[in-house]
Design a protein around this ligand. Structure first.
Ligand SMILES: Cc1cc2nc3c(=O)[nH]c(=O)nc-3n(C[C@H](O)[C@H](O)[C@H](O)COP(=O)(O)OP(=O)(O)OC[C@H]3O[C@@H](n4cnc5c(N)ncnc54)[C@H](O)[C@@H]3O)c2cc1C
Length: 321
């Protein structure tokens, strides 16, 4: 709800019943990278042309709302393991699962005490880069495919290494498809937008293979099963990446922070997370990150929430809101 250029509250559905809540001080949008731009656009704050096409009254024409979507993109490699020491054996055996559960309940130890990603590394896809642009996650399990219930583990011992591209060029969008607040928005990532995006993942796959040839790991490798030994040239890697790579679920950027009217750097919120052009309205979630961090996004998102709370309290104490 916006009156005279200021956010005054929210209207919402509770168990299907419409309701409203008025804000004494401020409204904070924390719907995440897809939900926050959706909520702003539904409220008339966003790209004027898009809102007009959908019949939504433009309260404030802010083109960056829903732009600059960025995410880590990753590709997975898997190997058959020479020893029966992986999580696949656990996933395929009820007695082992019962044992693992008992061990965890009694001693808080064993396979269920681990988080599933047991080793990691950061590396550069090109030695000329100043900082790492690849993250590797090692998991002591492997799977043949995903179905609706999740990953289906291989029947034999296996392990996986995923190569994650941390600094992709690709930028996408989150834009409303409909003025219906219950309809999902259109999410477009534009992954692999530049040659570098593809080259980085190709380098990541080659590096992952190199890791498994090291003397510490080599005794555990029987054969590569994903993508398999037939993938060797740049073109073969590219085809494999296009077919199998996916989001690493670290999206950011759709309400990004920066100075208002910054030429070329169109932004949504200022350094105190206040939405440009609208009073008493902030966004506090991963959507405000100007670029994706070269690491996981949960801790930075929590930091943004904590910092937003501090800034709002400071403003309230100073009588600024
Ligand atoms: C499967 C998965 C695994 C992940 N693993 C990791 C990991 O291991 N490490 C890591 O660092 N990061 C991980 N991430 C990323 C991390 O979870 C996110 O970066 C982080 O949660 C972002 O926080 P947020 O507050 O921006 O958004 P969210 O946590 O997505 O919170 C947004 C909330 O808003 C609600 N919402 C949206 N729209 C509306 C609406 N219209 N009305 C009411 N409510 C609404 C949503 O339901 C949600 O609860 C993972 C993400 C996923 C999906």
């Amino acid at each position: 709800m916006i009156e005279n250029g200021q956010a005054t509250g929210v209207s919402y559905l509770h168990d299907g019943t419409p309701s409203t809540a008025r804000a004494r001080a401020e409204v904070v949008v924390s719907g995440g990278v897809y939900g926050s731009p959706q909520l702003l656009q539904l409220s008339g704050i966003g790209p004027g042309e898009l809102l007009q096409d959908l019949g939504i009254e433009t309260v404030h024409d802010l083109p960056a709302v829903g732009k600059h979507l960025q995410d880590h993109f990753f590709v997975r490699l898997a190997w058959r393991c020479a020893k029966p020491i992986t999580m696949n054996e656990l996933a395929n055996s009820l007695p082992r699962q019962v044992m693992a559960m008992a061990r965890y309940v009694l001693f808080k130890s064993g396979p269920l005490a681990a988080n599933g990603v047991t080793a990691g590394a950061f590396a550069r896809s090109d030695p000329r880069l100043e900082r790492p642009d690849l993250q590797f996650n090692f998991t002591p399990w492997s799977y043949a495919a995903r179905d609706r219930t999740g990953a289906v583990p291989h029947k034999f011992p296996g392990f996986s290494l995923s190569a994650v591209h941390l600094r992709p060029d690709a930028r996408g969008t989150v834009h409303l498809k409909s003025p219906d607040p219950l309809a999902p928005p259109a999410i477009r990532f534009n992954f692999l937008q530049t040659p570098y995006d593809l080259q980085a993942l190709t380098a990541g796959m080659r590096l992952a293979r190199a890791f498994t040839r090291q003397s510490a790991l080599a005794p555990y490798v029987t054969e590569e099963i994903v993508p398999g030994p037939n993938i060797n040239t740049d073109a073969e890697f590219a085809a494999s990446i296009r077919q199998t790579a996916s989001s690493n679920l670290h999206p950011v950027g759709t309400c990004r922070m920066g100075p208002a009217g910054n030429p070329g750097g169109d932004t949504v919120v200022d350094a105190r997370l206040r939405v440009h052009g609208i009073g008493r309205l902030r966004v506090a979630d991963a959507a405000i990150m100007p670029t994706v961090p070269a690491g996981n996004t949960n801790a930075p998102s929590i930091m943004i929430g904590e910092k937003a709370a501090d800034m709002m309290l400071a403003a309230a104490r100073a009588g600024a809101i």
